[in-house]
Design a binder for this molecule. Structure first.
Ligand SMILES: NC(=O)c1ccc[n+]([C@@H]2O[C@H](COP(=O)([O-])OP(=O)(O)OC[C@H]3O[C@@H](n4cnc5c(N)ncnc54)[C@H](O)[C@@H]3O)[C@@H](O)[C@H]2O)c1
Length: 363
C-alpha cells in the first residue's frame, strides 16, 4: 500500500520560504504536497501562493491550521515568532520544521520541545548547514578518531557589507539579535556537531554595533524576496559584529567570529579549523593535516555529490524530516544539540552585556 501524501503548510511567506522551503518540499513531491501558506500580511501570502502554485493562502496562520489538517508545518517567520507559530502548529497536530534559530532564548526552545512531546509530534530545527557532503565527511573523520583529541576549533562567518534589509533581521523586536542568531547559530551548530556535540559550559564574548546604526553595511535585497519590507536604519538595534570564546565540558574550546558588516578585503570570509592531537582539519577544500613518518601530509577526502543549488541544505533537511516522520530515520538535528547551541548563544549575549565570562545556564 502506498504511503499517505503528507500535507505541508508554510507559516511566514517570505524569502527563505520562497527560495528554500518550497523548492525542497517540491523536490519530495512523491510524498508531500504544499497545500497552503500563511503570512501576517495577507497580500504577501497571496503573492507567494500565486508564485508557487499553492492552492490556499491565509492572512492568519491559526485559520490555516484550523482548516487544512496539516501533517507538516514549515515555520519561516522572523525569529521572534518561531515559538508561538511552532506551539500553535504542534497543538494543531502537525510535525514542525522550524527555521533557525529555534527561538530567541533557550527556555523558549525547551518549551517548544516539551510541547512536541505532549503532542506526540516531531520538532526539527532547520540547521541546514549540516546537510552538505563536506560536513558529513568532517563529522565522520572526527568520529573515527583520526584527529586524536580535538581540543580547539575556530569558526568564522564574516560579511563585509551584508546587513539584511528585506525583513526584520535588524530589529530586536523581530529577530531577538543580529548576526549571532542569523549566522552564528549556523557556524556554531556546525562546528559543535562535527566535534561530536561536546557540551558548551562557559562563554566570553563582545558584541558591537558599528555600521547598522550609521546606515552602512547594507546588503542588497536578494532575488526571491517577493515583497520585501521597507528598511529604515533607525530601527537597527541589534549587534553587527560578535566575537566569542566558548569553553567545552571536555576541556576543549571554540573561538567564534561573525559579522554582517566589517572591513575585510573580500565580501565574505568564512571558514572553520579543528586542531587535534593527531591531526588538524581545515575546510574549503576539506583537508586533514597529519603526519606520516617524519613528514606532514595533507589529505583531501573524496566527497560524494550532494544536492546542487544555493539552498541545498534544505533538500537534505526536508528529506531527513520526512523519513523521520515515516519512522525510517532518526532526526539528524536533535533536541540536545539545538539546546546546547541555543544556551551558548544566550550566554554570548549575556557575556557581552555583563563584560565577563558567563556559565551557560542549564535551562
Ligand atoms: N537556513 C538558512 O540558511 C536561512 C536563511 C535565511 C533566513 N532563515 C531564517 O528564516 C526566517 C525568515 O527569514 P526570511 O529571510 O524569510 O525573512 P522574511 O522577512 O523575508 O520573511 C518572513 C515573513 O514572515 C512574515 N511574518 C512576520 N511575522 C509573522 C507572523 N507572526 N505570522 C506569520 N507571518 C509572519 C513576514 O511578513 C514575512 O513575509 C528567519 O528565522 C531566518 O533566521 C534561514
Amino acid at each position: 500500500m502506498s504511503e499517505k501524501t503528507l500535507r505541508v503548510g508554510i507559516i511566514g511567506s517570505g524569502w527563505i520560504a520562497n527560495v528554500a522551503h518550497v523548492p525542497a518540499w517540491k523536490n519530495l513531491s512523491d510524498s508531500v504536497e504544499v497545500v497552503a501558506n500563511a503570512d501576517v500580511n495577507p497580500e504577501i501570502a497571496a503573492t507567494f501562493a500565486r508564485a508557487n502554485d499553492i492552492p490556499n493562502h491565509y492572512g492568519d496562520y491559526r485559520v490555516m491550521l484550523a482548516k487544512e489538517s496539516l501533517d507538516i508545518v514549515s515555520v519561516c517567520t522572523p525569529n521572534s515568532f518561531h515559538r508561538e507559530a511552532t506551539l500553535a502548529a504542534l497543538a494543531a497536530g502537525a510535525h514542525v520544521l522550524c527555521e533557525k534559530p529555534i527561538a530567541t532564548c533557550r527556555p523558549d526552545g525547551v518549551e517548544m520541545y516539551a510541547a512536541a512531546d505532549r503532542a506526540g509530534r516531531l520538532l526539527m530545527v532547520g540547521q541546514s548547514s549540516r546537510f552538505a557532503p563536506y560536513a558529513f565527511a568532517a563529522r565522520d573523520i572526527v568520529a573515527s578518531g583520526q584527529l586524536g583529541e580535538v581540543y580547539f576549533a575556530e569558526t568564522t562567518m564574516l560579511r563585509r557589507s551584508g546587513i539584511p534589509t528585506w525583513g526584520q533581521f535588524h530589529m530586536m523586536e523581530g529577530s531577538g539579535g543580529g548576526p549571532i542568531y542569523d549566522l552564528g547559530v549556523h557556524i556554531l551548530d556546525l562546528i559543535v556537531w562535527i566535534m561530536g556535540n561536546p557540551k558548551i559550559v562557559a562563554v566570553s564574548a563582545s558584541t558591537y554595533t558599528k555600521f547598522g546604526d550609521r546606515d552602512q553595511g547594507k546588503n542588497a535585497t536578494p532575488d526571491g524576496a517577493l515583497t520585501p519590507r521597507p528598511y529604515d536604519h533607525r530601527e537597527f538595534d541589534v549587534e553587527d559584529f560578535a566575537g566569542g570564546f566558548l569553553r567545552l565540558e571536555n576541556g576543549g574550546s571554540i573561538a567564534l567570529k561573525t559579522s554582517w558588516a566589517s572591513y575585510i578585503p573580500e565580501m565574505y570570509r568564512s571558514g572553520h579549523m579543528l586542531l587535534g592531537t593527531e591531526g588538524g582539519m581545515t575546510f574549503s577544500p576539506l583537508t586533514v593535516t597529519s603526519r606520516m613518518g617524519g613528514h606532514f601530509v595533507k589529505t583531501e577526502p573524496e566527497l560524494p555529490a550532494g544536492h546542487k543549488g544555493g539552498f541545498s541544505g534544505h533538500f537534505g533537511e526536508t528529506e531527513n524530516f520526512v523519513k523521520a516522520i515515516r519512522g525510517d530515520e532518526e532526526l539528524l538535528v536533535t533536541r540536545e544539540e539545538v539546546l546546547n547551541v541555543m544556551g551558548a548563544l544566550d550566554a554570548l549575549y549575556a557575556s557581552a552585556a555583563e563584560r565577563r565570562e558567563v556559565e551557560v545556564a542549564a535551562s
